[in-house]
Ligand binder design. Structure first.
Ligand SMILES: [Zn+2]
Length: 57
């Protein structure tokens, strides 16, 4: 059962490409470059992919 609201929680999680800290923010802000890592201030963030079913690892 895929719960869209649960999936959304993961969709909003981003990872700092510099220090790899995780933070939750809006994808719109990330695209606009307004979201920054609160740890190092770097604005290069990437969406954290859900690691669930699929690749059985
Ligand atoms: Zn960072």
């Amino acid at each position: 059962m895929d719960d869209p609201s649960a999936a959304r929680l993961f969709d909003r999680v981003f990872v700092c490409m510099k220090c790899h800290a995780k933070l939750r923010t809006d994808a719109d802000k990330v695209r606009a470059g307004k979201a920054k890592c609160r740890k190092c201030g770097y604005s290069g963030l990437r969406a954290k992919k859900r690691l669930r079913k699929g690749k059985g690892k």
